[in-house]
Design a protein around this ligand. Structure first.
Ligand SMILES: [Fe+2]
Length: 242
């Protein structure tokens, strides 16, 4: 294995073309609170894990890109993003496989795959095509917006799950290179241990949803972020800003 890696994950910022308050929180201000908190922390790179935009039709990510200037970061689309607009805005036009954004980086001896689930479906064939089958067990990490499995979070599991979660769960259980999948989308800070892999869910910078009720509910609007440390073991810590 390689050296220690520290990644900061920010997610579900839902930036609109206008500076607005929605669901009881100022969306842009909440994102900036999280960004200000993490920008000076020691890290190798940042991942913005989907739902960067809320109204994609009139949002070309310029506001967000300006705020991220000078930072090393990677993006994946969520269900509120549009693959084509995101690819153009972030220079990922050459990373489109079978119509969706899929790319891989190698860093300090590990592989990181960034997978597009913007249509609420994971193209397992595209993902599998990026996995180096000769790489060591657990040496490949995946970032995708949707959790690949149901996650004991009733509202989101019921209404907004990954449509092919059964197939995706089977895939990750059988792929020995991947032991950790980093996702978001559920607006919760959560961890689920599956048979042969771990699902880590990063909270939103906008608002969080309670896991128990089936009905839509807002638990709180403290901006969240996740710090991932990869060494001989993997440590994932979720934080909220008061
Ligand atoms: Fe989402």
């Amino acid at each position: 294995m390689g050296d220690k890696i520290r990644i900061i994950q920010l997610s579900d910022m839902h930036i609109s073309s206008a500076d607005i308050v929605r669901n009881g929180a100022n969306i842009r201000r909440n994102f900036l609170k999280a960004l200000e908190k993490v920008r000076d922390m020691e890290h190798d790179f940042i991942v913005l894990s989907g739902d960067l935009a809320h109204d994609v039709d009139d949002n070309d990510y310029n506001w967000l890109k300006k705020k991220m200037q000078g930072l090393k970061y990677y993006v994946i689309p969520g269900n509120h993003d549009i693959t084509e607009i995101m690819a153009k805005s972030f220079g990922l036009e050459n990373d489109i496989i079978r119509g969706r954004i899929f790319y891989k980086i190698s860093f300090k001896g590990r592989d990181f795959i960034f997978a597009d689930t913007s249509i609420e479906w994971l193209d397992i064939r595209s993902l599998d095509g990026l996995v180096d089958k000769k790489s060591p067990e657990g040496g490949t990490f995946v970032f995708m917006h949707h959790p690949p499995s149901l996650c004991n979070s009733r509202h989101m599991d019921t209404y907004y799950p990954l449509s092919n979660h059964i197939e995706a769960t089977e895939y990750f259980n059988s792929c020995r290179q991947i032991e950790h999948v980093f996702c978001a989308h559920y607006h919760i800070a959560h961890h689920v241990n599956k048979e042969n892999f771990n699902i880590h869910i990063c909270p939103s910078t906008w608002y969080q949803i309670g896991r128990k009720p089936k009905k839509f509910n807002i638990l709180h609007s403290k901006p969240g972020y996740t710090v991932i440390e990869i060494d001989d073991s993997v440590s994932v810590k979720n934080h909220f800003i008061k």
